[in-house]
Write a protein that binds this ligand. Sequence first.
Ligand code: NAD
Ligand code: TYD
Length: 350
Amino acid sequence: MRTILITGGAGFIGSHVVRLFVNKYRDYKIVNLDKLTYAGNLTNLRDIEHKPNYIFEKGDITDSNQIQKLFDKYKFDGVVHLAAESHVDRSISNPMEFIMTNIVGTVNLLNAARSIWKDDFNGKRFYHISTDEVYGSLGEEGKFLETTPYDPRSPYSASKASSDHLVRAYFHTFHLPVVISNCSNNYGPYQFPEKLVPLFIHNIRNNKPLPVYGKGENVRDWLYVEDHAKAIDLIFHNGREGETYNIGGNNEWQNIELIKKLIEIVDRKLGRSEGESLKLITYVKDRAGHDLRYAIDATKIKEELGWEPTVKFTEGFESTVDWYLENEEWLNNVTSGDYIKYYNEQYVKR
Ligand code: NAD
Ligand code: TYD
């Protein structure tokens, strides 16, 4: 029996990782630690919450005492660390939350792992989940490699870069058995509707404006979230200690093209005439420090671990739209309260 801590398991990617681990590894005890911020929602895990190998612990990774007690209680064999503040726009309006959770929170987990593992690292692993945004912004050519120098431009990406450096420092200084991955933009069910894909599906459905930042020419590399969860499983079990793996969809889209694709799919599914919702596109003030392009070279994980995206973008996108259209109640539930305040501050003043 291995006891594995997954942090941020009530969030978007974390909930897919918890589901995969709980269903696939019946002989593991999976402990999901989550603060349940606006982005964390236990309804994301309703289908597995009663499984015998699953435990939920509400807690805050910035609280070092609480974290130490949790590690003393469960004596984790492994950590899959996803808990983070994850939205770039929020990091611009409130950087401090990002510094606390993403940097201080990560160091609290590293310290707690060190304290229970001492120097006996046999069978132990600390896996830190990160983002391609740490590498900065690409021009029209090139892709991010694991060796690309870090050049973060937003408080979010700078806080993730900082945590990556600290994880590596604990590997070199204390020999903590770590592994890191940096992934491109994810899409799929259970993503909080402040991010582009779920926000725009929701707004198209409700005939609300689609706020396109700047000229909509920024490029992102999109990966279906379950493919990311599969990569995380592989890296956790088979990735080499101290290594970094880039994960990407090999699927670049300019924002405006992606938005037009979304409009086409949603209009079709709602029985609207073709292009009817194009009128909702509203160009708004650009995001401050908006990175132009992200693209991942995922050769290393393909060659070393045999991972490749399995979900074709057209299928993944269609099924994602279906999921959001069919789960209006989930959306209403997660967007009540604090989110309305954020939405008004973020968009109504633009
Ligand atoms: P998310 O915002 O949907 O979920 C984050 C989760 O962390 C939430 O459940 C939240 O309650 C929890 N959390 C936040 N602060 C906490 C704290 N102080 N203590 C305990 N729990 C806390 O984020 P996501 O999109 O699922 O991203 C998960 C991880 O993957 C993050 O580390 C992010 O940087 C990384 N990542 C995300 C993407 C993406 O496209 N979403 C891409 C690459 C990497
Ligand atoms: P987002 O989903 O916030 O992910 P990230 O910033 O981590 O890439 O945004 C994806 C792209 O969409 C990014 O270039 C910003 C842009 N965007 C808009 O144009 N309008 C919006 O309302 C949002 C949320 C994002």
